[in-house]
Design a protein around this ligand. Structure first.
Ligand code: PLP
Length: 456
């Protein structure tokens, strides 16, 4: 391993890390990840880790060190690296076609750079539709408690995790919160499909309260990610679709985390038989080999923006400079090819089941595990002080479990650890290439870490 002391010094002196409190880094070395291969990464000291969180934030779906993607990006860059997306590109067109083949009912692909930006494009389209079609009404955007849609001002305004937005106000107007649908922390004394329908009915109540003529969009994660790995109960999505139809509210599914195989299907919404008007995606689209995010919509929505060429304000007057980088779709094409060639959707389903089974087994031994849940390789284990009261496990102890896994060479995650109620779910999202041995290694580390921190 090379001596990286200069790199560490430069990092300490100049780099502002994301989501990081920097005071501890004045005395501790920052971690520099130097290399990756498959499921594993190595830090500056040469220490190896099994990455159970795909690059920290559900991103590296096909694993590290994929020369096929690097080669595809290289070949594209030396031929044609960039032109503004007001014109077309070869990989942009090819990827759009392949993607739409996986998304029946949708037809138009808008290239941008980040998940936040992809979501914000939807919000802009909906606001413009309100002006074009509804006399400036239907501008309201509904979002759900516990869901997260990004870090920009507009996407924070659709932010259901209070601690991530509370210090950044004032936020954008006409964003309205609806209740979450989590049965484990139930808001209604019902179970199963009855609970699911009730949670969806709560959205209808908000639409009626606000006035259906003012509501343009309902924006939901298919499985809530950072808010706690929450899948809606049965009955929920069917009702959601009915409600959107009834009140002429467009449905936006934020697949920034779940998209591109994470839950065992190409997209999370495809488990639930729904027909969204917008789908956004980012992280796994190119597995972090290039920056790319996408807003997808229907031909019906697209048609609304092209009916009068003489009106200069009529079309979608929007650009994203780096939406024209060809590295993104070139990487996305190669990434999708790998998922197909290696049958990674099936592997995700199988390994996800193994992980749920392993964690449920651990729950028999560790009382602190209150709930195990997930879909595909997107799994959470909620830690509680008491299974009856469901009081969340102490934040410091959840952090200690993450650290104890790290000490055993396994990187896991946890939901936001700053507000009680959000602070206590261990998160697992290994790459879709994970083997049975990888899953067992992750769960064994969790077993030992729970014993170290909570005893038993
Ligand atoms: N939507 C969801 C569900 C996310 O989890 C995230 C990021 O974690 C985003 C949107 C924002 O994506 P980005 O960080 O690429 O802007």
């Amino acid at each position: 391993m090379n001596d990286l002391s200069d790199v560490i010094e430069a990092d300490r002196a100049h780099v502002w890390h994301h989501l990081t409190q920097h005071k501890p880094l004045e005395t501790n070395n920052p971690r520099i990840i130097v290399e990756g291969k498959g499921m594993r990464v190595w830090d500056q000291s040469g220490r190896e880790f099994l990455d159970a969180v795909s690059g920290g934030v559900w991103t590296v779906n096909v694993g590290y060190g994929r020369t096929a993607i690097a080669d595809a990006v290289h070949a594209q860059l030396v031929k044609m690296n960039y032109f503004a997306q007001s014109v077309g590109s070869i990989p942009g067109s090819e990827f759009a076609k392949k993607l739409i083949e996986k998304m029946p009912g949708l037809s138009r692909v808008y290239y941008v750079n980040s998940g936040s930006e992809a979501n914000e494009k939807v919000f802009k389209m909906v606001r413009q539709i309100a002006h074009k079609k509804y006399d400036g009404k239907k501008t309201k955007i509904l979002y759900r408690d516990r869901d997260y849609h990004g870090s920009t001002l507009a996407t924070m305004s659709a932010g259901g995790q209070d601690e991530r937005v509370m210090q950044f106000g004032p936020l954008a107007p006409d964003f309205v919160r609806v209740p979450h649908c989590m049965e484990y922390r139930a808001q209604w004394d019902l179970t199963g499909a009855e609970y699911g329908r009730k949670a969806a009915d709560a959205i209808e109540e908000v639409i009626l309260r606000e006035g259906p003529e003012t509501v343009g969009l309902l924006c939901l994660e298919p499985v809530t990610a950072g808010g706690g790995v929450i899948e809606a109960p049965e009955g929920y999505w069917e009702r959601v679709q009915e409600i959107c139809k009834k009140y002429d509210v467009l449905l936006h599914i934020d697949e920034v985390v779940c998209g591109m195989g994470r839950t065992g299907k190409w997209f999370g919404y495809q488990h639930y038989g729904i027909k969204p008007d917008f789908v956004t995606m980012a992280k796994g689209v190119a597995s972090g080999y290039a920056a790319i995010a996408i807003t997808v919509t229907t031909e019906e929505v697209f048609e609304l923006f092209k009916d009068d060429p003489s009106d200069k304000l009529n079309y979608f007057r929007d650009i994203s400079t780096f939406g024209g980088c060809t590295a993104g779709p070139a990487a996305a094409l190669a990434n999708m090819q790998i998922i197909e060639d290696e049958n990674l959707l099936d592997n995700t389903t199988k390994m996800g089941e193994r992980m749920l089974a392993n964690l449920n087994k651990l729950a028999e031994k560790h009382e602190v595990i209150g709930d195990v849940r997930g879909k595909g390789l997107f799994v959470g284990a909620e830690l509680v002080v008491d299974r009856e009261t469901k009081e969340p496990a102490e934040e410091a102890k959840v952090g200690a479990v993450v650290a104890a896994c790290n000490a055993r060479g396994v990187i896991i995650g946890a939901t936001n650890r700053s507000v009680p109620g959000f602070n206590n779910t261990l998160c697992f999202s290994p790459a879709l290439i994970a083997t049975a041995d990888d899953i067992d290694e992750i769960c064994n580390a969790v077993d030992e870490a729970l014993t170290e921190v909570f005893g038993g």
